[in-house]
Ligand binder design. Structure first.
Ligand SMILES: [Ca+2]
Ligand SMILES: [Ca+2]
Ligand SMILES: [Ca+2]
Ligand SMILES: [Ca+2]
Length: 350
């Protein structure tokens, strides 16, 4: 039997590129982090196929970047923004960095593809997709103190007691990588007044019961205000409004309650609290004269009159006589009664 030689053609099928060195690993940074390497410096790729396609040309294309609010990817120069859909050289890829944006926390992906020039015919695969997740961890705000509430005069009118913007209360007192956000009120009671109030519109409302597990969250915006309503006639300095800085990375704005049991670290609340002081200055209230009634013995040489009065401030200095007993006019029998210093008796009256 004659042998027949049948030609067999093996068609090359392209394999996807392979990473031959380096790692593509997730990246964690703190809120507000400056340019931080993506850790791609050691990367190397070839055309794949276990090295049989090492000579293929490669193209590196960034396929996904975080939104600018989360942060941006930049080249090694720290300023040139990397954009999705753009091809970069291998050295550019190796030097890429991340700069955190306004976001205080969260995770987003950075992706790129490595494409060789072997094509995709006959079921070939020319693309290696790479991805890493960037996670931002919040940094708690730091609270240095509180600015004082405006000075009040004793017994302020409610309409005139407009308190203070939360934004002014903490102006210059809070540092946070993402910026000042607001306060978490953890105490609002006072024995010197009917309490502190808050307002985010024209209406004032009481804080109610507040504490670590139900702290009232107020944005430092152009609406939220706080004020103190002192007791009648009270004056002095009260420090009953106690709060932490709140960076908004947890909890909901709008006067809702938040749990400030955990503070500092990566929490939304400052480790330190601050007390807002409010000074109420004394106002001198008018004294009140007490009525005086007299009893004496007929023909007595004199009847002692003791003047009395009350003053909420304790500031009675003197008495001014506005009217005297009617003296002779109400005296019987006439003409022997007289009084001082009503008009001195005239000789004719005696
Ligand atoms: Ca290949
Ligand atoms: Ca923060
Ligand atoms: Ca007074
Ligand atoms: Ca007085």
């Amino acid at each position: 039997m004659a042998e027949v030689t049948a030609p067999i053609t093996v068609t090359a099928v392209n394999d996807e590129p392979e990473r031959t060195a380096g790692v593509v690993a997730n990246l964690g940074v703190l809120e507000g982090a400056g340019a931080t390497s993506l850790g791609l410096g050691g990367l190397a790729y070839d055309g794949g196929g276990g090295g049989t396609e090492a000579g293929q040309g490669l193209t590196f294309t960034v396929t996904g970047v975080p939104a600018a609010s989360f942060g941006r990817i930049v080249l090694a120069d720290g300023t040139t923004t990397v954009t999705a859909g753009t091809a970069y050289g291998p050295a550019d890829l190796q030097g890429m960095q991340f700069i955190a944006g306004a976001a205080s926390s969260g995770s987003r992906d950075f992706t790129f593809s490595v494409v060789d020039d072997g094509g995709t015919s006959s079921g070939g695969d020319n693309t290696l997709a790479e991805a890493l997740t960037i996670t931002i961890t919040n940094v708690a705000p730091v609270l240095a103190g509180s600015n004082p509430l405006p000075v009040l005069a004793e017994d302020p009118s409610l309409s005139g007691n407009t308190g203070m913007l939360v934004a002014d209360l903490v102006a210059g007192q809070v540092t946070d990588p993402a910026g000042v956000y607001g306060i978490a009120v953890v105490g609002a009671g006072s024995a010197n007044g009917t309490g502190y109030r808050r307002s985010d519109t024209a209406a004032w409302q009481a804080f109610g019961t507040v504490g670590a597990t139900n702290s009232v969250l107020l944005l430092a915006d152009s609406d939220n205000r706080v004020r103190f309503v002192p007791n009648a006639n009270w004056n002095g300095t009260d420090t009953g409004l106690l709060f932490r800085a709140w960076d908004g990375s947890g909890g909901t704005a709008g006067g809702t309650t938040g749990n400030t049991t955990l503070t500092g670290g990566s929490s939304p609340y400052s480790a330190d609290t601050a007390a807002a002081s409010v000074t109420v200055t004394a106002v001198n209230d008018a004294p009140v004269a007490l009525p005086v009634s007299l009893n004496g013995t007929e023909d007595a040489a004199s009847i002692t009159i003791t003047l009395g009065g009350t003053d909420v401030d304790g500031t009675i200095a003197s008495f001014t006589l506005g009217a005297l007993p009617a003296g002779r006019a109400s005296c019987t029998p006439t003409p022997r009664c007289w009084s001082k210093p009503s008009p001195a008796p005239t000789p004719a009256a005696r």
